[in-house]
Design a binder for this molecule. Sequence first.
Ligand SMILES: [Zn+2]
Ligand SMILES: [Zn+2]
Length: 722
Amino acid sequence: MEIKDSIIDLPVQDPENEEFSSVDLTWTKFGSTDQLVDEVALIPYERVDAFINGECNNIECPTRFHIERGRKREPGSLKECKDDEYLLYRLYWCSFGPENYGEGGSILPSRRYRLNTRNRAARPQSMRGCTCHFIVKRLYARPSLALLIYNDRRHVNKSGFVCHGPLDRDAIGPGAKKIPYIGNEIQQQTMSLLYLGIPEENVLQTHIEGIQRYCGSNAKVNSLASQYVQKLEMIIKRSTHELDLDDQASIRMWVERNRKSVFFYQDSSETDPFILGIQTEWQLQQMIRFGHQSLLAAHSSFGISKLKYPLYTLLAFDSRQHPLPVAWIITRTSAKRDVSKWMKALSDRVRAVESSWMVSGFIIDDAAVEVDPIRDVFRCPVLFCLWRIRRSWLRNVVKKCSNIEVQREIFKRLGKIMYSIWDGSDSVVSLEEFIQDFVDQTAFMQYFKESWVPKIDMWLATMKNLPLASQEASGAIEAYHVKLKTKLYDDLHLGSIQRVDWLVHKLTTEIHSSYWLDRYADESGSFQTVKEEYISSTSWHRALQIPDDDVILDDKDHLFAKVVSQEDGDHRHLVWNPGSEFALCSCSWSMQGNLCKHIIKVNMVCQKKHSDYHPSMSFQSFREILLKFWRKVVDDSIALDQSVAWTKQMHDTIQRLVELSNSNNIGSVVRSLPVKWVSKKGRTFAGKPAAYTLALPPSKESASQRKHRKRKRLSRLRGGSA
Ligand SMILES: [Zn+2]
Ligand SMILES: [Zn+2]
C-alpha cells in the first residue's frame, strides 16, 4: 500500500451505525517522517465517542479505553502548521494495559520474614500489559475533523500474545482462562463493597451484573463469579499491611508493587527525610476532573502526635462540593524544599495527562504552612480556612471549662479577637482583655497561653493577608477529618498505629474504597443507602435540609437563636452568638467540637438580614479584597482599559458561579452562557463546567509578572475561549 505523507486528500469517513469501530473504517498508511508509519483515518470530530464506544465493545476483546496522555493548543496560537497538527491530542490506551506489574517484578521481598504469601494474588488482574492504543487528534486546521492514528490494533502484550478476552490462552492460574474478565471498575466495585462490609450475596449480585457486560449470562459464569467473590473476600480478610516485619522494608515493597499509585517516594536517609506521596489512578482522574479551574484544599498534619509520620491530604470538591481526597502525602517534613519536590511531582503527573489543567485557588488550614511552593507549582491564589483553629478552640473550651455559660462567652470572645482584624480594634488589646476577664478559667488559660499566645500574631496575620474560605469549605474539610479519624482510630490494629505500612494499607483499601463507592453510588444511582449517607455527609448539606421557619432569632439583642430539632419537633437547640463562625450550639455534635448544621443554618438566615448581623468572616475578607482593588488609582490609559476588561471578566465569572450554585436547573444557566462548553464526554459525566477561570492574582507578585499574566489572560479573552 502506498504511504502518504499528507492527510489533506484523505476521505472523511462517517459510518452510519450508531457505534462503529476500526473494522468499519478504511485505513491509510501515513508517515510524516521516515521512521514511523501509522495507520490513519479521518472522521468527523463529533463521532469520536461513537468510535471509542465501538472499540470498547470489541467482541474478541471487550475492554475500555482510558486517556493515557492529553495535550491541548489554543486556537490561533500557531502561525504555521502542518496539516496533521492537533488542537486537541489524546492518547487512548486499552485499560488492560499498559503496565504489567504482575510478572517479573524486579525486587522480591525478603522472604524469610514474609508473613503472608497469599498477598500476591491480590494484585489487580486487570493489568495485563496490553499494548493496544490509538491517538485521536482534533485537527488544528480543520477542528470539525478528527484524525485517528492506530499504532497497534491487536490486544496483545509485549511478547505478542493475546492478553485478555476469550481468546487469551494464558490467563493466570488453573482454569482461569474460563473466568470471565474483570475490568478495573468492577474489581474496584467488588473490592470496595467487601472492604465496607456489605453482605456477600449483595456483593455477588452486583458483581455478576457487572461482568455480564463482557460475557453475557450463564450458570457457569455465575458459579465462577461466586468463586471469585469468595476468593477476593478471603484475600481481603487475610491480607495484611505487614509485608515485612521491618516497617521501612515493608513500605519499600509496597511502593515497588504499587508504582502506579505512587507519585513521589523518598526513603529516609542521612540527607533526606521520608516522603511518600500516594495517588491512585482513580484519584488522579478525580483530581483532573474536579480540581481543574476549581479549588484544592489541604488537610494538613493529621495524627501529628499519634502516627509515626503525620498525614497530609489534598482534597478536591466533587460535584456536590463534598470533600474528596485526591492525594495523600505521608511525611514529617514541611520544609520548603521538600514540599516543593512532592508538589512538583504531583502537578507534573496531572499535567502529563491534561496539559491545560489548572486550579483557581488552594485552601490551606495551617498558618505555619509554606505558601511559596503552592504559588510556584500551582500558580494560583492561596486561601485560608478557619476550621482547624475553630475546632481546637471549641474542643478545649468545652473540655476545660465546665460551665456552659462560660463556654459560650469564652468562645464568643475568641471570635471577637478574630473579628478585630476587620473592625479596626487592636487585636493585642482584645487579647489582653480576654486573658484578664477569664483569668479564673485556669485550665483553659494555661492551654491558651502555651499553645496559642506565642503564635497568635502569625495566625492573625495569615488571616488578614489571605482570603478566607467559606463555612461550606470549613464544614467539608472537617467532614473529611471526622471520617478519617473514625476510620483510622476505630481499628483493631491500633497496635500498628506507629507503622507507616498500616496507614498506607488503611488509606488505599478501606478509605479509598469508601470514597470510590460514594461517587459510584451517586453517579450510577445504585446503592441507595450509600448514596443517601454520602449526600448528607457534610454539615452544610444537612443545614440545607432545615426549613427557614425552624429558625427562631432573638430579634432584640441578637444574643442567641433557636433551631427546632429535626428529629424531635418539640425540642429546640440553642445557638449562642448567632451570625458568627464562633457560635456555639447546645447539640451534642457541636459540643464535641464540630461545626454543626444548626449553626450553619442560623448563619445562613442571619446573612440574609445583613443589617442586623455582621457578615461572615469569609465575606468580610472578600469585601476587603474588592475594596482594595477598587481604591487602586489608575490613569486614563490603555492599562485602565485592560483592567476594566479583566474586572468585567471576573465579575461575569463570579456571577455565573453564584447563579450556578443557586440554581436548581443547571441546564437553564448553561443555555444562557455565551461561552461554548467543552465536551468532556468519554472521560467524565456530570462533571463541572470547564468554562470558568476565577483567578485572583497572588498577592506577592511583582508588577511585571502581573502585567505579563494579565496580558496572557487578555489575549486568551480575545481568542474567544476563557
Ligand atoms: Zn487490550
Ligand atoms: Zn447544633
